[in-house]
Ligand binder design. Structure first.
Ligand SMILES: Cc1cc2nc3c(=O)[nH]c(=O)nc-3n(C[C@H](O)[C@H](O)[C@H](O)COP(=O)(O)OP(=O)(O)OC[C@H]3O[C@@H](n4cnc5c(N)ncnc54)[C@H](O)[C@@H]3O)c2cc1C
Length: 414
């Protein structure tokens, strides 16, 4: 039986470990966190699960419980402090059955980690993989102090955008930490709060506030539905120690930008409720070398502007498993090469789109947001452009003009 090591139990590593284990592959999953828990604030706040990612969860049999916890969202409304509508999109207008699912991250990780355990995956937590060495017989992993973590037929790196292991892949790679990040958190939805979908407000590209309903927490006594709050900041302004943040002063520009958020901010009582987020654009000439493959953010990290990273990671897991199911006799090097060929157009589109759009929303740039405010709203009202915009948001595009993602058959069925 084939033995595969996966590094990182985030969305990419966990979904891939489950998928391969369901196909009979012997998987060992290494995770540096000693005691990963869906309640751990380090899993992050909320995310938008797109129709692309929803389909993968459906194939894994995990969509129903995700729907029970999350909030179905039809629209995205983004406007400026001056009242100009920049983004006004409806999934429903694009396709009558389409919607975005606002979800607490702990719910997605809780579902994936529960399934990992049910599938009996060898999940080694509190283990940091420090290096690997590939030879004709496979790949050996090294942990702390160079201690061997075992030999495997293949290795999958799913250790995120800032992976230090990626450098050991002899392929050309460009990793650009993004100069802006964010503070984000989950807050209880106040009873008197107006009905919102995904709501964003901008002041040029210097200020951006995002609110998104994300439903209930994972197996928690807290039954309140939550709202994910995202506040964009240049990295230089991200506090080093959250406890030192003056909360009252911090809230002021948010309320000035979007006065309706004031009752929501009452739920923010301690600056340590806020979590910093940093991201990087990652581009690899190819994500594989021999029997080693990079997957998820490790292969194609990008800014969260388009809300795609977790969805791309789920589709990565699906396509790798489809490749296994369709060509079970391929060796791992061939399988990784074919997988990368199938995934390339989808990654390229989102990588280029996120690169092009992010400075319009997070930068000190004056010209791009000025153009954004004048062009995006009117253009987005044209039927064809609206369809393209929602297809982009839904995670379904594989090219600027043409190209739709085909998710294919369920490799775990039957
Ligand atoms: C503010 C923000 C908002 C976002 N919103 C959305 C959204 O709405 N929709 C969406 O789809 N995406 C969103 N994303 C992107 C999404 O979070 C990521 O793309 C996704 O989580 C990537 O998953 P991953 O498994 O590739 O990496 P990660 O989640 O980074 O997981 C990597 C794992 O590897 C482990 N690890 C690291 N190094 C080692 C090591 N040496 N040994 C062992 N284990 C290791 C880490 O502990 C971690 O568990 C957002 C991101 C941010 C920052």
């Amino acid at each position: 039986m084939s033995r595969v090591a996966i590094v990182g139990a985030g969305v990419a590593g966990s979904a891939t470990a489950i998928g391969l284990a369901q196909l009979g592959v012997q998987v060992t999953l290494f995770e540096t966190l000693p005691d990963p828990s869906p309640q751990d604030p380090r899993v992050g706040a909320g995310l938008l699960l797109q129709p692309s990612g929803q389909r993968v969860l459906e194939y894994l049999g995990l969509l129903e419980p995700a729907l029970e916890h999350g909030a179905r969202l039809d629209g995205l409304l983004g406007d400026t402090a001056e009242g100009e509508v920049v983004l006004d999109m409806s999934y429903h207008r694009f396709h009558p059955e389409a919607f975005g699912l606002g979800l607490q991250r702990g719910v997605l990780m809780g579902l994936l980690w529960q399934r990992l355990r049910e599938r009996g995956v060898d999940w080694q937590t509190g283990v940091t993989v420090r290096a690997f060495k590939q030879d004709a017989r496979g790949v050996e992993l090294k942990g702390e102090g160079g201690a061997s973590l075992g030999r495997f037929d293949a290795l999958i790196l799913a250790d995120g955008s800032f992976s230090p292991l990626r450098r050991l892949l002899p392929v050309r790679q460009r990793v650009e930490p993004f100069p802006w990040g964010a503070l984000w958190t989950l807050l209880p939805l106040p009873a008197e709060f107006p009905d919102i979908e995904l709501r964003q407000r901008f002041r040029a590209a210097r200020q951006m506030l995002g609110l998104m309903p994300v439903g209930r927490a994972w197996q928690s006594a807290d039954v309140w539905p939550a709202v994910n709050l995202f506040w964009s900041l240049p990295l230089s302004e991200l506090p080093q120690d959250m406890a030192t943040l003056d909360l009252a002063a911090w809230k002021r520009p948010l309320v000035e930008l979007l006065p309706e958020c004031e009752p929501l901010l009452k739920g923010l009582k301690d600056p340590r409720q806020l979590r910093p987020a940093r991201y990087a654009h990652v581009r690899l000439e190819r994500p594989h070398h021999g029997c080693v493959l990079a997957l998820g953010d490790c292969a194609h990290g990008m800014s969260p502007q388009l809300g795609q990273g977790a969805n791309l990671a789920l589709v990565d897991a699906l396509v790798l498993c489809q490749q296994w199911r369709e060509q079970p006799r391929q060796d791992w090097a061939q399988r990784f090469e074919h997988y990368a060929r199938r995934r390339r157009a989808h990654w390229n589109y989102y990588s280029q789109a996120s690169r092009a759009l992010t400075p319009m929303f997070q930068s000190a740039q004056p010209v791009l947001p000025w153009l954004r405010d004048r062009l995006m709203g009117p253009l987005g009202r044209l039927g064809w452009v609206h369809g393209q915009n929602v297809a982009t948001l839904a995670g379904l595009k594989t090219g600027w003009l043409f190209g739709r993602l085909e998710l294919g058959a369920n490799p775990w069925a039957g």
